[in-house]
Ligand binder design. Structure first.
Ligand code: KG4
Ligand code: ZN
Length: 340
């Protein structure tokens, strides 16, 4: 088969992104216009501002992705766009843009699941990687332990019952005065702290050993901070950051390794914004090497929201699974993995 070039668009949260990807594996361009500076002023993503910024930037970002790939629209075989889950107003900008380009150019269109995109980031980093493998998806909105049975075929082994891992990082960072976005700031600050200084709880969920819960951990950190303040004691921000981060990574590693053991997986991948956490990467790498499991971790630029991962997922959706979208494609803010 002739090489297929996919133009991909991602606008589900606060990054306006476009990319060109060949055959689901090779990145020709990966342009990300981040709005972080803007949302930092408010301590988190403001949905309406995110939508407006996407609208302002999306055309330039797409043009830049084509320019960097040294291509024009005439060279593109497929348009892939994230249509859920995410912020509805933000998603709508990308979906409307993708539909308009498809309509005007006649290039076919496929809507992509954002989490599926995160998983596919592993195909870009590791061109030889093929399903089946297990994948821990940890982002700002999702914490899923997934069995990737085949391209686009998933079985969810466990998920969070309350907060997502990234959400916990963001909330704790705010509480200890590190601000937004919390994950990278805790990661950095934790390097100066002692991960064993404070013992925070590691939640176990009755009913499913692979489910997660992070709201109790967040409350434990808040209680600790309140207790210190009531006693007039000062806190060590690096120690709190390191101890909290250890509590999160311990649970993530423990659950992933329990699944590896029970199901006999030989390959474990990680994905999503929290997958760029340095402590998680090190801990998971060590645990995998102890058990002789191959460990896959995309570069941080592919873990964070980007369009290249959407380009990879779009390729497999369209060319391998035969999925197509028509001009009724709409944003689905709470789209579940494996659903269309
Ligand atoms: O995948 P992503 O870019 O967007 C969503 O789909 O949610 O993930 C963003 C999340 C945020 O909660 C952010 O704080 C977290 O990923 N994150 C990190 C790190 N970098 C980003 N969490 C921990 N350590 C990091 N280095
Ligand atoms: Zn994401």
């Amino acid at each position: 088969m002739e090489k297929k070039r996919v133009l991909a668009i991602e606008s589900s949260c606060d990054e306006t992104a476009a990319a060109v990807v060949v055959d689901g594996r090779e990145i020709l361009s990966n342009v990300i216009s981040s709005q972080i500076d803007l949302h930092t002023l408010y301590g988190g993503v403001v949905p309406e501002i995110a939508s407006r910024k996407h609208l302002e930037r999306i055309n330039q970002v797409i043009q830049e992705a084509l320019d960097q790939a040294k291509l024009t629209l005439q060279d593109i075989d497929l348009i892939g766009v994230t249509y859920g889950p995410g912020l509805v107003g933000a998603l709508l900008v990308g979906v409307a843009e993708a539909k308009a380009i498809s309509y005007a150019s006649g290039i076919p269109l496929v809507g992509v699941h954002h989490i599926e995109g995160h998983i596919c980031a592993n195909y870009l980093q590791y061109p030889q990687l093929k399903p089946p493998f297990a994948c821990l998806v940890v982002s700002g909105g999702h914490t899923h332990l997934v069995l990737v049975k085949d391209y686009g075929e998933y079985e969810i082994l466990g998920h969070t019952r309350d907060d997502a891992a990234g959400e916990a990082f963001d909330k704790v960072a705010r509480a200890i005065g590190l601000g937004y976005p919390g994950g990278p700031k805790i990661d950095k600050t934790a390097r100066e702290g002692d991960p064993d200084a404070i013992h925070f709880p590691r939640a176990k969920i009755a009913g499913n050993a692979y489910d997660f819960s992070f709201s109790g951990l967040k409350s434990a950190v808040l209680n600790y901070l309140n207790g210190c303040s009531m006693r007039g004691e000062s806190i060590s921000v690096p120690d709190v950051a390191a101890s909290f981060q250890k509590a999160v990574t311990d649970v993530l590693v423990e659950h992933a390794m329990a699944a590896v053991e029970e199901y006999g997986f030989t390959r474990l991948a990680i994905a999503g914004g929290v997958a760029s956490n340095s402590a998680l990467r090190t801990a998971m790498e060590e645990a995998c090497s102890k058990k002789g499991v191959e460990f896959y971790r995309p570069a941080p630029i592919l873990c964070t929201d980007n369009a290249a991962m959407i380009g990879s997922a779009a390729y497999y959706d369209y060319y391998v699974r035969g999925l197509r979208s028509d001009f009724t494609l709409n944003a689905v803010p709470n789209l579940r993995l494996g659903e269309r």
